[in-house]
Design a protein around this ligand. Structure first.
Ligand SMILES: CC(C)(COP(=O)(O)OP(=O)(O)OC[C@H]1O[C@@H](n2cnc3c(N)ncnc32)[C@H](O)[C@@H]1OP(=O)(O)O)[C@@H](O)C(=O)NCCC(=O)NCCS
Length: 198
């Protein structure tokens, strides 16, 4: 299967490599990154998830891609698409993202997610893409809003795979293909200093 790579102004979404493990394990051992999961991942768990993502991409050609910064080759996290888990009360394909803490606040998640949604609508011909988050995950919800996704409180649900408490309440955001917007940011590579006056 040909594995699709997605490139944006600053990022490359690509197949996982064994040498991503160090950074992937470190970010999944970071309580800030894992704030909305009940546990941190051990190195073995991180390695197993990397293999799982790798296998899915190998078999299907799309899924949870590794993200690197094109200019430096630095691995910063993941973003992609996957069918919603069977035990969720909604069905369809969801988009997701997880970046190392140092990569937050640069617009990288929006840039990667926009490429992922474009791939989902244009290449996979999906009519709608979902995103699901713990209700309290305001950074992820802000990203969903920046992408033009909308939330209907009537779809909020309790995720029973989570322990009782604040991690259980979940929200669903949706975007239909006809409402996909152009990038909400300038994702062109950095330009040289303005020379138009010359
Ligand atoms: C959710 C998550 C990916 C969001 O990352 P993020 O960096 O906040 O999101 P973006 O990439 O869209 O960046 C937006 C921020 O970058 C800033 N920014 C800087 N340069 C920018 C640029 N060139 N373009 C756009 N935004 C830019 C924006 O102003 C915004 O800042 P703010 O948060 O202070 O408002 C990140 O918090 C994360 O990995 N969390 C842990 C994992 C997780 O919870 N995943 C989701 C599970 S549902």
């Amino acid at each position: 299967m040909t594995i699709t790579e997605l490139s944006t102004g600053r990022l490359l979404l690509r197949q996982w490599r064994p040498d991503d493990l160090e950074a992937w394990a470190a970010m999944n051992a970071d309580p800030q990154v894992r704030e909305f999961w009940p546990n941190l991942l051990t190195r073995d768990e991180a390695a197993a998830s990397l293999e799982h993502f790798r296998d899915d991409l190998e078999r299907r050609g799309w899924g949870w891609w590794a993200i690197e910064v094109s200019a430096t080759g630095e691995f910063i996290g993941m973003a992609g698409l996957d069918p919603v888990d069977d035990d969720a009360p909604v069905t369809g394909v969801e988009a997701g993202w997880r970046l190392a803490r140092a990569a937050w606040g640069h617009g990288y998640a929006t840039e990667a997610a926009h490429a992922v949604l474009t791939f989902g609508f244009q290449t996979l011909q999906l009519l709608e893409i979902l995103a699901i988050a713990v209700a309290g995950n305001e950074r992820s919800r802000a990203l969903m809003r920046r992408l033009g996704m909308t939330h209907d409180p009537a779809e909020d649900f309790d995720d029973l795979s989570m322990p009782p408490g604040p991690l259980r309440r979940s929200v669903v955001y949706r975007l239909t293909a006809d409402r996909m917007s152009p990038p909400p940011f300038d994702n062109r590579p950095d330009r040289a200093p303005d020379s138009s006056a010359a």
